[in-house]
Design a protein around this ligand. Sequence first.
Ligand SMILES: *Cc1c(COP(=O)(O)O)cnc(C)c1O
Length: 377
Amino acid sequence: MDNLERLDSLLREFDELSRRTVGYPCNLDFDYAALLPFMRYVANNVGDPFHDSNFQSNTHEIEREVIGIFADLMHISREGAWGYVTSGGTEGNMYGLYLGRELYPDGVVYFSQDTHYSVVKIMSVLKVRNIMIRSQDNGEIDYDDLHETIRINRDVPAIVMANIGTTMKGAIDDVGKIRGILDDLAVTKSYLHADAALSGMILPFVDDPQPYGFDAGFDSVSISGHKMVGSPLPCGVALTRREYVARIARAIEYVGVLDTTLTGSRNALTPLIMWYAFEQKGLDGFRRIVNGCLETAEYAVTRFNDGGIPAWRNKNSVTVVFPRPPADVVRRWQLAPYEDIAHLIAMPHVTRETIDAVVDDCMHGAVAPKDETGTTA
Ligand SMILES: *Cc1c(COP(=O)(O)O)cnc(C)c1O
């Protein structure tokens, strides 16, 4: 196989797989052809997007617009907000927890059992004391356990990592209740980071959202760009209050640079991608898209239940949880299994026909060989 053949075969593999991607929360419905010419240039967003850079081929201005859009969505004034386009949700989580730790070096981080696996790594990188809190069956944090655990440690600042949509069950921790616990225990030094990888792009577009945003008590939030926004390259945003970053930036300025981001050189294309998505679809477009996904998710629950399979989903979640099907079904639909459950995620490219095919396979097993077009033959 020469190089071109090799690339071509990889391309065909991607194309085939894209028809059967229902287990991971990536929106495949996008068209960024207009941005292809930018691949001819070296561009780099090194440094703080809100400060001058010596490297002039950057997209900082558009990056600031992206941060502005997310500031609006997360209920913080554009003037009061600071953020940057990250390499993904994980970096945004690391950034939020890094800020929390810089503000409260002796703080303890609390997170639930259902928190994204990357938190363990982030804790070891940051070397911060941390305590895992029990989860409820629906994936939400156990507020009694959180209350009791913070009570025992109320002499030290509390850094709480709340889930706005858990990875496996799409569960949303009640930020109001968490704030209530901190108030009840008179913990004055606290910091709340929200992991809103997927649902940070859902809650702003639904009629009856759970509490979210800076007005609900976020101190920082991480949202993925390759999930609901849709992007061929992994990306996300980290968003926080400008005043917090100013506090840590001062220390760094002392050594001569305004190195406020976690990484040095940063992707200049991903801000373009996210900005272009909002330009193309608009907020009304995303409202339609998100509500369409929620309807598809509800359709999936009904279809499963009609077939005798006890599927369910959390409120305002596009993640449908059901008993783990046989391995061939998991592989065929790229489902994400965990212990005895699996989920499918009703992203915009997932149609009712796809749901029908998945449900049929779960009921009868994926009888190989099937055609690979994503529909049952
Ligand atoms: C996907 C996800 C992450 C990690 O995001 P990446 O963009 O893959 O780094 C973190 N938290 C939750 C809840 C997620 O679903």
